[in-house]
Design a protein around this ligand. Sequence first.
Ligand SMILES: NC(=O)c1ccc[n+]([C@@H]2O[C@H](COP(=O)([O-])OP(=O)(O)OC[C@H]3O[C@@H](n4cnc5c(N)ncnc54)[C@H](O)[C@@H]3O)[C@@H](O)[C@H]2O)c1
Length: 348
Amino acid sequence: MKHLYDCILGEKRTEVILATDVASITSHIETTIRSVLWVCDTNTVKFLATDSQKTVVLPSGEEAKSWQSIENIVAAAVKLRLARDGFIVAFGGGVVCDTAAFAASIYMRGCQLILIPTTLLSQVDASLGGKTAIDVFTIKNLVGTFYPAKHVFVCPTIVKSLPEKEFKNGLGETLKHALLAQDQSLMEFFENQQRAIMRRDAMVLERMVIDSLQVKRFYIEADPREEIGIRSALNLGHTFAHALESAGNLNEWAHGEAVAWGVAKALESGLKLKITDHVFAERALRLFESYGFNIGYRVRHIERFMLALEGDKKRKSGAVRFVMLSNQGKIRLETLEDQIIKSVISRT
Ligand SMILES: NC(=O)c1ccc[n+]([C@@H]2O[C@H](COP(=O)([O-])OP(=O)(O)OC[C@H]3O[C@@H](n4cnc5c(N)ncnc54)[C@H](O)[C@@H]3O)[C@@H](O)[C@H]2O)c1
């Protein structure tokens, strides 16, 4: 195992450690930490050889981000007599990480937390940054806390077992990070290593995950609590994506695919407004297309889409500011006129 860096979020420090296999992580944790409660889901439990008394298995999927899961984790922690200096260890995708982290943040007013992300999306995104959440009243991430993990163990090769759809889901966010990076090396890497990435070769997975996570680190360290507009860069493509998903397309689109489409719409809006550099935008659009993302999709129910955007506006007290890119890693927050939005989503 290799210590990569410490990510500093205000007064909190997260140690990020690279591992080549899961067994080395679990044996390291079991031998160095006295009191541990493992949290996984029905798909990730098979990778864990932990004592079932010390393991909570959540259902797989978004439904697990619930009060019921929190109650189950807290009940298991009480049964184990886990103290405040004991660790809750999340082993799973973003759902397990968000839920276990929220439980850790409120158990005894905060116990120790380790995240072991097992999907591409959670390795490059949900593992770092301190956001924890569950869904309440069917509203995604309605209840949550800010609670960075003490340690994050990243094992890129574990994503080899992900279904294709989940791998692509993570790729959407990872390509987004390539555009947000401060230089073009991650973009060049994606352009040059496409076959190896799609084959999920161990060496390229490692580079992709480490470099993509560094991009997230850059933005969250500069603005840990999303207060000065820097961290919101990570929402590139998300306003378009959320509207697409909530305008009746929730089941049609995996989140990462909707984000890829949303990034394309932000770039196209930037081109129309002459905010975005033409050469950069064309190159970025080609990159998403080359990985099979349907960025040319035209919204059929435009009014429904605009209504979904209105809903976003209400939740954010009036102004929806879109993250735009003027060039590689250079963001601007802009309000967009309906006419521009309509023209890019229907490509007129
Ligand atoms: N906290 C944050 O900053 C943050 C950031 C982004 C997303 N999120 C949250 O993350 C969640 C989505 O995360 P996700 O995409 O990882 O989904 P997920 O956790 O539901 O995992 C996707 C599926 O893959 C399975 N799985 C996980 N690891 C596997 C493996 N190695 N092999 C085979 N199957 C495996 C899971 O059981 C699940 O069925 C959302 O709830 C989102 O809100 C949080």
